[in-house]
Design a protein around this ligand. Structure first.
Ligand code: PDD
Length: 278
């Protein structure tokens, strides 16, 4: 596939960066994953706004204006073979001369994009839902930033894989935060409940779409803090992300969620999402 590295489009296999890159040494950078349907990036403006928020918060000057980002993204889409893609974009704080926690002067960011075929959940997972485990959310207190420092998320996701599951649902101080790489919403008595955006979770683009679709279609919903016990006794639990879209979690820690199959509200939201994304 074709990637973009610091101004140059090239085969991914040929791309080279320095081991002194702070993305490598420190996980010092921000990123986005942008879904592409029929060669059109989905919710691009929102992804670029979130990137700008991340970069500003980590004091990394945004190397491109939105129109430039959009040009690079459209070109990488055009240069790759798939109609549906997931574009990965990352900006790191580049290299210093040696390893030094303090920022280099000047900062020369490394800009890297690659793309792959977008693989959404297979029919079998859509039909049956997926299994998840839960874990204590031991990440830092800026989970609102899409930082490339994902060690905690990797450990938490691997915990799910090791248990034969797809995702880990995170609780902090007795409240739902999100998943290891997704947002989590639940349904109780026909009302969709979503945790409020805060420094404890990533403001998901898919999460926003799901709330907009609920409002648009008249599905009752509330955005409020959700107790761990409410998740365990919910009628439905879903994960949302740019690559999973809307996916029902039907088993949590080995126990059935609701009736143990994707619920009616999940099915409706999935259909609304499919209709909306095209
Ligand atoms: N992850 N929360 C976390 C911790 C995430 O990593 C993600 C996405 C989300 C969902 O955000 P969105 O709806 O904007 O995709 C929530 C991406 C897909 C990843 O790291 O691969």
């Amino acid at each position: 596939s074709i990637c973009f590295l610091n101004g140059t489009f090239q085969p991914l296999a040929d791309a080279r960066i320095s081991p002194l890159d702070r993305g490598f040494l420190f996980g010092d950078g921000g990123y986005e994953v942008i879904p592409v349907y029929s060669r059109r990036p989905f919710r691009l403006a929102q992804h670029l706004e979130r990137l700008a928020h991340t970069l500003e918060a980590i004091r990394l000057p945004n190397p491109h204006a939105p129109s430039e980002w959009s040009g690079i993204i459209n070109e990488i889409i055009a240069r790759n073979p798939w109609a549906d893609q997931s574009v990965y974009l990352q900006v790191s704080r580049g290299c210093g001369d040696g390893r030094n926690h303090a920022f280099p002067v000047p900062i020369r960011p490394t800009v890297f994009l690659m793309s792959d075929e977008l693989v959404t959940p297979p029919a079998e997972q859509l039909a049956r839902g997926v299994a998840a485990i839960s874990a204590a959310d031991f990440r830092w207190l800026r989970c609102d930033l899409k930082s490339t420092a994902l060690l905690a998320n990797c450990l938490l996701r691997q915990g799910a894989i090791d248990s034969g599951c797809v995702e880990t649902v995170l609780f902090r101080d007795g409240f739902l935060t999100e998943g290891a790489a997704s947002n989590i919403v639940i349904v109780k008595d026909g009302t969709m409940l979503a945790p409020p955006k805060s420094h404890l979770m990533l403001p998901g683009i898919t999460y926003d779409v799901v709330l907009e679709l609920a409002a648009h279609h008249g599905l009752p919903y509330q955005v409020r803090e959700i107790l761990e016990d409410e998740v365990r006794t919910a009628d439905e639990v879903w994960m949302t992300s740019s690559t999973k879209e809307v996916l029902a979690i039907t088993t949590l820690d080995g126990l059935a969620v609701g009736s143990g199959i994707p619920g009616p509200v999940a099915r409706r939201m999935y259909d609304w999402y499919q209709e909306f994304k095209n």
